[in-house]
Design a binder for this molecule. Structure first.
Ligand code: FAD
Ligand code: NAD
Length: 444
């Protein structure tokens, strides 16, 4: 059987949902092919369950109640985003695996139905990367099964001190697990700001989370009582009841017939796209994790809309700008960044001012004193540093960093004079006054 559509979206996670809805809004006939529940990783094994656990731990709930809440929140979101809701919205849904067909413009599905498309949007996401560790691999947890745990792990070893590792290590520690983080690099969040990483390392130590740097697991043995014994690359040994792998992601691009159909992949297997999100094949776009660009839900969501816009407005294309995507890591204190990564900022043509959160009255009131804001500005064309210059980037670690970052994002996006942040009246005693105080340091 064959069906015809203007747009076919392969994958029903954050990127696919956004693309399918945008295509429908644009009045196109659209089908989504999804081999699991609509919502993908974010809803079922990513943002939503992890953030419920983190927030419930912050509120002091016991793990059992947190786990019930996690299930309830997922169910509530799935209630709004499911096959029926999409069908009602006029989006055909095929619950199937899809792959590019041998004929141009054709997607084959495991249901035996082939879908002819004018444009295809790839949104197949990514899966956890599994480093090779000899041992009982069926005992290794990833984000795909860790949220199924109904009891707190007694002794949890988290392999990888990146976004997932840091968020979950802290959450499980707060539920009472003995937690050890193993990180290959010399610090937590190695891609992020050095000082923020040092601060988080101190917070982790104070909370009783052990951190072992420049180390990984080289082998695991399961003892008769079920305990796991871990050999570390530095020669040490650890024992644990559970191991969680959080060592990065692999793109879901194998067995899609992509290269056979002219869609180029990069050396890591991610789909190569140009700034308009078009692949090396004219009528195929890609959005979300599968592009390897910014592995975040809000990035996938934005990419979905941009891809559809570019398909429907070929003469007025929009670009996707990864540097305009905020990064937030929901540790406590929260970490947030907008703009170029700290290591890529040239310090010859920029100025950075830092404000310690402890110096704000809000911090004195709440007692949440840890953290800082770093604001980096660059010269504005013609005006140079007049008016404070142009906002280039910001790093915030501290209470409510996840909220504060968006004000800087707006300033950056609108190429605002940084001084406007210092001129803007902020309510006393809010957390965001700290941002105004930080910007004021541009005018000593
Ligand atoms: C623990 C964790 C916490 C996270 N927390 C956050 C957070 O707080 N904020 C944030 O912004 N991001 C967070 N992320 C990242 C976020 O979850 C992802 O960036 C986002 O879900 C990617 O969306 P996507 O649509 O690209 O892919 P996915 O959500 O993976 O969707 C792709 C879908 O395509 C389906 N699929 C794959 N191949 C095929 C095929 N051949 N046929 C049919 N269907 C197919 C898959 O089953 C999948 O459901 C987190 C991730 C993890 C793991
Ligand atoms: N709050 C959020 O937005 C959020 C939360 C979680 C995840 N995510 C997304 O999910 C993606 C994946 O998260 P992640 O934490 O798996 O990846 P990551 O890239 O953030 O971190 C992986 C970490 O594991 C380390 N590592 C790699 N191999 C190792 C090994 N063999 N032994 C020890 N350490 C090793 C790396 O040095 C790195 O620090 C992130 O890139 C992020 O975009 C976002």
């Amino acid at each position: 059987m064959r069906r015809d559509y203007q747009i076919v979206v392969l994958g029903g996670g954050s990127g696919g949902i956004s693309a399918a809805r945008a295509a429908k809004r644009a009045g196109l006939s659209v089908a989504m092919v999804q081999d699991g529940p609509i919502g993908g990783e974010c809803t079922f094994s990513g943002c939503v369950p992890s953030k419920v656990l983190i927030e419930a731990a912050r509120q002091g709930l016991p793990y059992g109640s947190a786990h019930q809440r996690l299930k309830a929140v997922i169910a509530e979101i799935a209630e709004e985003e499911n096959k029926n809701a999409f069908l009602e919205a006029g989006i055909d849904v095929f619950e199937a695996r899809g792959r590019l067909g041998s004929e141009d413009g054709l997607l084959d599905t495991s249901l035996g139905v082939s879908l002819r498309y004018d444009h295809l949007i790839l949104a197949t996401g990514s899966t956890p990367m599994h480093p090779f560790i000899p041992g009982p691999s069926e005992r290794y947890l990833t984000n795909e099964n860790v949220f199924e745990l109904v009891d707190t792990p007694k002794e949890l070893v988290v392999v990888g001190g990146g976004a997932i590792g840091c968020e979950l290590a802290q959450a499980y520690r707060r539920y009472g697990s003995k937690v050890t983080v193993l990180e290959l690099s010399e610090r937590l969040l190695p891609a992020e700001d050095y000082d923020a990483s040092m601060l988080l390392g101190t917070v982790f130590r104070n909370e009783g989370i052990e951190t072992i740097y420049k180390a990984t697991v080289s082998a695991v043995r399961e003892k008769a009582d079920g305990t796991l014994e871990l050999d570390l690359s530095n020669g040490d040994r650890l024992s644990a009841s559970h191991i969680l792998l959080a060592t990065g992601r692999s793109p879901s691009t194998s067995s899609l017939n992509l290269e056979e159909n002219g869609v180029s992949l990069d050396e890591r297997g991610y789909v190569k796209v140009d700034r308009h999100l078009r692949t090396s094949k004219n009528n195929i776009y890609a959005v979300g994790d599968v592009t390897g660009i910014a592995l975040l839900t809000h990035a996938a969501d934005e990419m979905g809309r941009i891809a559809v816009h570019n398909i429907t407005h070929p003469l007025r294309k929009r670009s996707f700008h990864p540097l305009d995507v905020p990064i937030v890591i929901f540790t406590d204190p929260e970490y947030a960044r907008i703009g170029p990564s700290p290591s890529s900022i040239p310090n010859t043509s920029t100025k950075t001012v830092t404000f310690e959160i402890k110096d704000s009255d809000r911090a004195k009131i709440t007692g949440r004193r840890e953290g800082f804001i770093k604001l980096t500005v660059t010269r504005k064309s013609i005006f140079g540093y007049v008016g404070g210059g142009r906002v280039l980037s910001a790093t915030i670690i501290g209470d409510r960093a996840s909220e504060l970052i968006h004000e800087v994002e707006l300033a950056r996006r609108s190429r605002m004079f940084a001084g406007r942040l210092a001129q803007t009246v902020h309510a006393y005693p809010s957390s965001s006054i700290a941002l105004r105080q930080c910007a004021a340091k541009l005018f000593p």
